[in-house]
Design a protein around this ligand. Structure first.
Ligand code: HAM
Length: 420
C-alpha cells in the first residue's frame, strides 16, 4: 500500500527538523504572549461552508463527508474558522477583550500536489481576536518578520495591502466589474466564472492573459473609505516604528474571502519554488465572529505553511540542527550477561543518563558500529572478564581512553567522563 496522494510521512530522520521549526514557532508566539489552542481537525461543514465564503479553497477543495449519524462534516482546510467557532461556542469574549491564540497542526485541501503543495499540510497559525487596532495589526506583521528572521531566512519580503471595509469593497467591486466586463471574452474560463461569483479573486489569477488585463485594473487602495484609508496609513506608521521591512502591493488579495482592511503575505525568493513561494499570509477579518454566531468582533491573524518553511530553510542552508547523541551505549557480548547489563542500564537511567544497548549480542565490531552511529559518548562494555569479576569497562569514544572499574563505581566514573 502507498500513502494517499498529496500526503507524506515524517520519518524519524526528519523529525528533528520539524521539532526545531515547531519550537521556534512556539517560542515566538509565547514571546508575544499568545497561548496555544487546539481545535478539532474536523468540524460541522457549516463552519467552513458559509454563504460569504466563495473561495475555491472552501467551495472546491474541502474534504467533505457524512458520518454514520448522517452529519455533514469537513476536514479543516485552514485554522481560523475553527478557532473562531471555539471562541464563540466557549464565549471566550466574556473573559477578556483580546484573545491571543496560536496553534500548529494539519489542514486538508484537495489541491494538485506539487513541491510545497500537499493535500495534508501543516500550519503555524495565530489569531488575535477582539480589538481592532492598527497597532495590533503592526505587531502581528512585526511578529511574522521576527519569526522569519529568527529562522535565519534572508530572501524574504513582506507585502501588505488594504482591501478596505465592507463599504470600500462594494465601491471597489463595482469599479472592477465595470473595468473587466469589456474584456470578458478574453479572460480565462476561471476568471469568467469569477467575474460573476467573486470578482476580487481575479486579481490573484496566475493566467498570463488575465494578468495583462488586470495590470491596468482599478486598485482596491483607490476605493478605500476614509476610515479604511486612515487605518491603513496609521498601520504604515506603526510598521515603520517597528522597523518592519514591507512593500505595499496594491494588487495583493488573499485566497480566502473573510478578510477586510489589512492583508499581508510573506514571500520567499527561492529557486524552483514557483508559485509556492508564499510562506505565509494573513490579515484582518471583521465579520467572521458574527457570521459564526458571536458578537460583532474584529480579529487579525496569519498562518505559515510548515512544509514551505522547511523547504526554504533547507534551500538557504540555514537549518541549525544539533546532532543526536547518546550518553552511554552498553555493549553486551552474550545473552548470559543480559541480567547484569540490564542492572547497569537501570542504574544509568535512574541517574538520568540517556542510554541504549544492543539486543542482539552480535560481534563487538557490529555493536561498536551501532554505538558510533548513535553518537554514543561513552561505551560500557561487558565481556567474560567484566561479568565474572563484577566489573565494567568504560570507554570514552572521543579520547579513546578506557578503564575497567568495579560495577559500583560506574556512575561516579560516567559523571567524571561526561562532566554531568
Ligand atoms: P492561507 O494563505 O490559505 O491562509 O494559508 C497560509 C499558508 O499555508 C500559505 O501561505 C502556505 O504557506 C500554506 N499552505 C496553504 N495551502 C497549502 C498546501 N496545499 N500545501 C502546503 N502549504 C499550504 C490561511 O489559511 C488563513 N487561515 C491564515 C489566517 C489566519 N488569516 C487570518 N488568520
Amino acid at each position: 500500500m502507498n500513502r494517499a496522494k498529496g500526503t507524506y510521512d515524517v520519518l524519524p530522520n526528519d523529525i528533528k527538523k520539524w521539532q526545531y521549526l515547531e519550537n521556534i514557532a512556539k517560542n515566538i508566539a509565547t514571546k508575544y504572549n499568545f497561548s496555544e489552542i487546539r481545535t478539532p481537525i474536523f468540524e460541522y461543514s457549516g463552519v467552513f461552508h458559509r454563504e460569504s465564503e466563495l473561495s475555491d479553497m472552501v467551495t472546491k477543495e474541502t474534504y467533505n463527508f457524512k458520518d454514520k449519524g448522517n452529519r455533514d462534516l469537513t476536514l479543516r482546510p485552514e485554522g481560523t474558522a475553527g478557532v473562531i467557532r471555539a471562541y464563540v461556542e466557549n464565549k471566550l469574549y466574556v473573559e477578556s477583550d483580546l484573545l491571543k491564540v496560536y496553534s500548529i497542526g494539519p489542514n486538508f485541501r484537495y489541491e494538485r500536489p506539487q513541491k510545497g503543495r500537499y493535500r495534508q499540510f501543516s500550519q503555524f497559525s495565530l489569531e488575535a481576536i477582539g480589538i481592532k487596532s492598527a497597532l495590533l495589526d503592526a505587531e502581528v506583521i512585526k511578529m511574522s518578520q521576527e519569526f522569519i528572521e529568527t529562522l535565519g531566512l534572508k530572501n524574504v519580503s513582506i507585502e501588505i495591502n488594504s482591501i478596505g471595509d465592507l463599504k470600500s469593497r462594494e465601491n471597489y467591486l463595482e469599479a472592477l466589474v465595470n473595468y473587466l466586463t469589456p474584456f470578458k471574452e478574453e479572460l480565462s474560463n476561471d476568471s469568467k466564472e469569477r467575474l460573476i461569483k467573486n470578482p476580487l479573486r481575479i486579481l490573484d489569477s496566475k493566467d498570463k492573459k488575465d494578468q495583462e488585463i488586470i495590470k491596468d485594473a482599478p486598485k482596491p487602495i483607490d476605493y478605500l473609505s476614509v476610515e479604511s484609508s486612515n487605518y491603513f496609513n496609521e498601520l504604515l506608521k506603526y510598521l515603520k516604528i517597528f522597523n518592519v521591512n514591507y512593500k505595499v502591493n496594491n494588487q495583493l488579495v488573499r485566497g480566502l474571502d473573510y478578510y477586510s482592511d489589512t492583508v499581508f503575505e510573506v514571500k520567499a525568493e527561492i529557486k524552483d519554488f514557483g508559485a509556492q513561494n508564499v510562506l505565509g499570509g494573513g490579515g484582518r477579518y471583521d465579520n467572521l465572529v458574527s457570521e459564526l454566531g458571536g458578537p460583532k468582533t474584529s480579529a487579525i491573524g496569519f498562518a505559515f505553511g510548515m512544509e514551505r518553511l522547511l523547504y526554504a530553510l533547507e534551500a538557504e542552508e540555514v537549518l541549525n540542527l544539533e546532532e543526536d547523541s547518546l550518553d552511554v551505549f552498553i555493549i553486551n557480548f552474550s545473552k548470559e550477561f543480559n541480567l547484569y547489563t540490564t542492572s547497569l542500564l537501570t542504574e544509568l537511567r535512574n541517574n538520568n543518563y540517556f542510554v541504549d544497548l544492543d539486543f542482539t549480542n552480535k560481534s563487538f565490531k557490529s555493536q561498536l558500529k551501532k554505538a558510533l552511529k548513535l553518537n554514543a559518548k561513552i561505551l560500557v562494555i561487558v565481556g567474560d572478564e567484566e561479568f565474572n569479576n563484577n566489573m565494567v569497562t568504560v570507554k570514552n569514544t572521543k579520547t579513546e581512553e578506557q578503564t575497567t572499574i568495579k560495577k559500583d563505581e560506574l556512575i561516579k566514573t560516567i559523571k567524571k567522563e561526561l562532566g554531568y
